[in-house]
Write a protein that binds this ligand. Structure first.
Ligand code: SAH
Ligand code: SF4
Ligand code: F3S
Length: 463
């Protein structure tokens, strides 16, 4: 093949640092795609970078605070490079960018560009204008047109592993009283079904076997179908299931209020839909759920989970929890523990409530002492960890399909994922490379809270 011109052209170094949820991980990949035609190649560190993008998260105070300390560090490198006559462009993207906008440029004037989660496709345009006497929008772009973003993103040509994220839905109309997402990501918007199917096919052509559909509420998906009809998540799943070469489909996250019979049935009827469900409940107390504006009760959630379990008895459940929400009593907290005990989770995320500026909950008195919040979090987490350990240990002796995705810490060790999204380690010795990016039957021999360990079936007898 002839040498292409791009190969000999010196590449500019781009460092992207991602905080927050999987939607930001997807966006960071797409930011890489947007900047690739400008000659930027990604690098794992910010030292000597021509451009640094921080893709930020605003969900809790800690996440948002990190941004400014990280920016300070990056600016030191920017100043050092300036002394060498080199230039570093610093861009802040993501949900802090959307929430704080111009404030970022005031607090950190050395930031060149600020782009929101729905406007990063405009980065090249903004960069063109960077040196103008009056840069367009002062380098800040926070428009909310999700259609525009997806319509204007270039086709991804970067090589993928065996797993990939695919955003199908953006934004949120739920307005839980603690949450910034409806403000940072904007109103709920579903991508047209055909655009998603095309992107999925393209990922499969690039070697992807396992796709996770992303959105703040993927089960509220209501995209335009190929004939102008409206598709829900189950219709989309049926179409994606037809893609040859696509083996596993996952989705995250769902809202309990948007679960319908078809979402439950697809776990029974579509073998490519993995037996794993992340359905955040936040609390087991009805009065707290009401105060949170969650629009569901603990009992309606219990019934929903029972139906999923009936449709797919081996399904693994996951959830998010908040402890220490304003007004949460010990009795409320005990109800959360009770719900967890009844449902049984394979994994979960739990957080101490963090008041966020501009949300209704932030106006309430936050009277629970921090020591009490921490004690509740610890109690909840030890119960969840026990459940996770028990579920992992129940896998011992089973033979399950594992998709191996990366090398482990030690020579010959590889790591993959079970259908239930559990990490699985295997010592594959000299054969390790041949199992990468493949689905392999693995016999589980051991397990702890964090992962499962396995061998090839029959390997024990032949060893
Ligand atoms: N759309 C998703 C959640 C996105 S945010 C859903 O509704 O399931 C991920 C999780 O962060 C939430 O489920 C919640 O548990 C937690 N979270 C959101 N805002 C928070 C806050 N102000 N304080 C603590 N945790 C919060
Ligand atoms: Fe936030 Fe609630 Fe929307 Fe989830 S459903 S993103 S928690 S407002
Ligand atoms: Fe954070 Fe924004 Fe995701 S606030 S959790 S990065 S949607």
């Amino acid at each position: 093949m002839p040498q292409t011109e791009t190969k000999s052209r010196p590449l500019k170094k781009l460092h992207i640092k991602t905080y927050g949820c999987q939607m930001n991980v997807y966006d960071s990949e797409r930011i890489g795609d947007v900047l690739l035609p400008l000659g930027y190649a990604e690098a794992p560190e910010y030292q000597n970078a021509d451009m640094v993008v921080l893709n930020t998260c605003h969900i809790r105070e800690k996440a948002a605070e990190k941004v400014y300390s990280e920016l300070g560090r990056i600016n030191e490198e920017k100043l050092r490079l300036k002394e060498e006559g080199k230039r570093m462009i610093i861009a802040v993207a993501g949900c802090v960018a959307q929430a704080e906008g111009d404030e970022i440029k005031r607090r950190a004037p050395y930031v060149d560009l600020v782009v929101g989660p729905q406007s990063y496709q405009r980065l090249p345009k903004l960069m063109e204008n960077l040196d103008a006497a009056k840069p367009a929008n002062n380098g800040v772009m926070l428009d909310f047109a999700a259609e525009d973003k997806f319509d204007n993103l270039p086709t991804s040509t970067q090589s993928k592993g065996a797993t990939a994220f695919l955003t199908i839905q953006e934004g949120c109309d739920k307005f839980c009283h603690f949450c910034v997402v409806p403000y940072t990501r904007g109103a709920e918007f579903s991508r047209p079904a055909q655009a998603i199917i095309d992107e999925a096919k393209q990922l499969v052509d690039q070697g992807v076997l396992d796709i996770t559909l992303l959105g703040q509420n993927v089960n509220a998906y209501h995209g335009t179908g190929p004939y102008g009809d409206t598709w829900n998540l189950a219709s989309l799943m049926r179409a994606l299931s037809e893609i040859e070469g696509l083996v596993r489909i996952r989705y995250t996250t769902s809202h309990p209020q948007d679960v319908d019979a078809e979402q439950i049935a697809m776990h029974r009827d579509l073998p490519k839909v993995m037996p794993y469900l992340h359905l955040p409940v936040q609390s087991g107390s009805d009065s707290i759920l009401k105060a949170m504006n969650r629009k569901h009760t603990a009992d309606s959630y219990r019934r929903t989970m029972e139906q999923f379990r009936k449709a797919r008895p081996d399904i693994a459940f996951s959830s998010d929890f908040i402890v220490g929400y304003p007004g949460e009593t010990d009795k409320d907290f005990q109800e959360t523990l009770k719900l967890v005990g009844e449902i049984g989770y394979g994994s979960a995320y739990s957080f101490i409530y963090s008041p966020r500026p501009g949300t209704p909950a932030a106006m309430k008195d936050d009277t629970i002492p921090m020591a009490e919040k921490k004690a509740r979090l610890q109690e909840l987490q030890s119960l969840l960890q026990q459940q996770q350990t028990d579920l992992h240990r129940a896998m011992i002796g089973q033979t399950i399909p594992v998709l191996f995705v990366r090398e482990g810490k030690y020579e010959g060790h590889i790591t993959g994922y079970s259908p239930y999204q559990q990490p699985v380690f295997m010592n594959a010795g000299a054969q390790a490379a041949s199992y990468m990016n493949r689905i392999v039957e693995v016999q589980i021999t051991d397990a702890n809270m964090r992962y499962l360990e396995g061998i090839l079936p029959g390997a024990a007898e032949t060893a």
